[in-house]
Ligand binder design. Structure first.
Ligand SMILES: [Zn+2]
Length: 423
């Protein structure tokens, strides 16, 4: 991780001020909880609004409920370079997930102003609404909205008598205008995020340049056996759904291990598992499991899914259970980082004196949705022990500030490169 660098173009103290200020706005006795659509979320927004305005930025809430702050460029109509992340947290979340990216985006805008640098492009700083899985059970509401791909049938989702439609309105958005206001003017989008994993810390590197945000596929498998008396049914005369499902779980783990690493990031986890009747003296009659599989390369996911199909057929045959064809209940492809932006980010790391490597993101991010409408990429900064979504999530201010310097350099380069393209 970074030794303290001097002569950074950004101010670490101002970044820390934003992170600390938001950390104070947490549900009492429950650090750090500031979920979207709950009472505390607007307090965080007010805090950001205050900091954005103090930086001389023009602020607005867009139709999807995103807080957007703008610094006009010299060439109106050329398009917008956008930076940002999210200020909402999971329950009992951390101080940095999303928040570091918003703080850094603001700091880049302030550093440009301090140094009298006027970009050709407009620069926008965004705090996306509800990146985390929200009280409505869905995530990335603001970034999906900005990209014009927020499903309208989500508006009627309800939580505690509130609909998502009303929740967006309460955040200052206008659900009826979301599709019409989908952004087409963004020239590039960049996001800084904590890694939420151990790689950078382990390898003592400053920055991860994210090659792709892994695609996520969820596969449900139901094993049907037969309930029998646990004491009287001989071992050779059973169709034990749990024993078959257990073989599936270890088989899935072995498959995932064989696919991890090459080519690209791959993980698979059986995160949900239930059995029936779940009684001590009954042979299990039914087991259900849900696989969360994540792949940087689509080909790895296709190979995994085909292998799981074969595995279930084999285990059903050998155990006398019935296993229906595994069902993909959701299936999102990976989102590669934009090649030009990745090169610009590598170069920006060199300029800032930051050690760096390319790596995939196993977690989803707003960047994946912004990639639907513009060139997009993200960088990671290290976090302690890879811990995240927990109160002990921690990242060094100096590491975050070095990431801010990388974005600062990248924005200046991109402004030049994209101006020539747009000229
Ligand atoms: Zn996040």
């Amino acid at each position: 991780m970074a030794a303290t660098k001097t002569n950074l173009p950004v101010d670490p103290a101002r970044i820390a001020d934003v992170i600390d200020g938001l950390a104070r706005l947490t549900e009492p006795g429950r650090p750090y909880t500031r979920r979207a659509f709950t009472a505390l979320f607007p307090a965080g927004r007010d805090f950001l609004l205050d900091r954005f305005r103090a930086a001389g930025l023009e602020t607005r809430i867009d139709a999807a409920g995103n807080l957007v702050a703008r610094r006009p460029g010299k060439r109106p109509g050329l398009g917008t370079i956008m930076l940002g992340s999210h200020s909402d947290t999971v329950p009992d979340g951390g101080r940095y997930d999303g928040i570091a990216g918003v703080a850094v985006a603001l700091e880049v805008a302030r550093a440009l102003a301090d140094q009298g640098i006027d970009l050709d492009h407009d620069l926008e700083v965004v705090d996306f609404l509800a990146e985390e899985v929200s009280i409505f059970g869905v995530s990335c509401i603001g970034s999906r909205g900005m990209a014009g791909v927020l499903p309208e049938d989500w508006f009627s989702r309800e939580s505690n008598g509130l609909t998502l439609e009303q929740g967006i309105r309460d955040a200052g958005g206008d659900p009826a205008r979301i599709s019409a206001e989908a952004r087409k003017d963004i020239a590039a989008f960049l996001e800084l995020h904590i890694e939420q994993g151990p790689v950078l810390e382990t390898e003592k590197l400053d920055i991860g340049v994210v090659t792709a945000i892994a695609g996520i596929t969820r596969i449900e498998i139901v094993v049907e056996g037969r309930a029998d008396h646990a004491g009287t049914t001989p071992m050779g005369a059973r169709a034990d759904a749990l024993a078959a499902a257990a073989r599936l779980v270890t088989g899935i783990e072995a498959l995932a291990k064989s696919l991890s690493g090459e080519p690209g990031h791959f993980t698979a986890t059986v995160g949900e598992f239930s059995i029936e009747p779940n009684a001590a003296n009954v042979v299990p009659s039914r087991a259900r499991l849900l696989i969360d599989a994540r792949a940087e390369e689509r080909a790895a996911m296709d190979l995994f899914a085909a292998s799981v199909d074969l595995l279930t057929e084999q285990i059903a045959r050998e155990t006398g259970t019935i296993i229906a064809a595994p069902r993909r209940i959701s299936d999102n492809p990976p989102t590669p980082g934009d090649p030009l932006l990745l090169d610009v980010l590598d170069a920006a790391c060199e300029t800032a004196g930051a050690s760096h490597r390319r790596m995939a993101s196993g977690a989803g991010h707003d960047t994946a949705w912004m990639a639907r409408v513009t060139r997009s990429a993200m960088i990671f900064v290290p976090c302690l022990g890879g811990r995240s979504h927990a109160p002990d999530e921690f990242a060094e201010t100096d590491d975050i500030a070095l990431g801010a310097a990388v974005l600062f350099n990248a924005v200046i380069q991109l402004d030049k490169i994209l101006s020539q393209e747009g000229a």
